[in-house]
Design a protein around this ligand. Structure first.
Ligand SMILES: [Zn+2]
Length: 245
């Protein structure tokens, strides 16, 4: 299927690790037609091949250093060395700057996650990368991979919440939104007791936030989680009875 190339634009970058200047494409999301938004904020567009999350990661073609807008620009010398030893020394020049398919997008996230770990980026930055990678696997219908990265994401979000590192780092993330998102990711990985706990914490925020939409989502997903928890318990009880009889 042909894609609407008008939505893509070239952006010039300078690599923070090796100072190479290169061009990589981004998407104008206002050119896209929204299809639906999942309960964990994953957005689907009519032209999924142009979903902006496919283009969130920028990969330096000459050294492999991979980053998003949330990464810090400064690389101290010991981090530069780590990137050099672990990424650049194994890097064969590859081009991620043009039109991306899911496969290239997934590869770009894995590179950015590896870079973020080497660079010790904030928990919320790593959490956001894992979450978007899980969404890419949702788009290509690979539920096991999706689950794996949802788990990694929620682990980092919990740490981010405990250390409040999202406050200065992620301008789109409020405390209410974070509590809700952790609850919803816990529900999706079937950690229902934790999901219920985080949804209740979200609803407790109702007099301290203007984000009433999130409070309503938390109430809805809280009852979904309770029902799923009950069903799961009933199923495991039945299983035990069947095994013992
Ligand atoms: Zn570079």
């Amino acid at each position: 299927m042909a894609i609407n190339l008008d939505a893509l634009f070239d952006r010039k970058w300078t690599c923070h690790a090796c100072e190479t200047t290169f061009v990589s494409q981004r998407v104008r999301s206002n050119q896209l037609q929204l299809l639906k938004r999942d309960s964990d904020f994953c957005t689907h567009y009519k032209e999924q091949r142009l979903n902006p999350i496919l283009y969130t990661v920028t990969v330096c073609p000459s050294c492999g250093y991979s980053f998003t807008d949330q990464f810090s620009n400064y690389l101290p010398p010991h981090v530069k060395k780590r990137i050099q030893d672990n990424i650049t020394s194994k890097w064969t020049p590859k081009e991620f700057g043009g039109i991306r398919g899911y496969e290239e997008a997934i590869a770009s996230y894995k590179l950015a996650i590896y870079t973020a770990i080497l660079k010790e980026e904030a928990y919320c930055v790593k959490a956001g990368l894992y979450l978007r990678l899980a969404w890419l696997y949702r788009f290509v219908d690979k539920p096991e991979e999706e689950q794996r990265f949802l788990q990694l994401s929620v682990g980092e979000y919990e740490k981010s919440f405990t250390h409040s590192d999202f406050v200065n780092k992620d301008k789109d993330m409020s405390e209410t939104r974070m509590l809700y998102l952790i609850g919803e990711l816990m529900r999706r990985i079937e950690q229902y007791d934790k999901a219920i706990l985080y949804f209740s914490k979200t609803v407790e925020m109702k007099n301290r936030t203007i984000e009433s939409g999130i409070i309503n989502m938390a109430r809805d997903q809280w009852s979904v989680a309770r029902e799923e928890y009950k069903a799961k318990k009933a199923a495991s009880l039945e299983m035990n009875e069947a095994q013992s009889s």
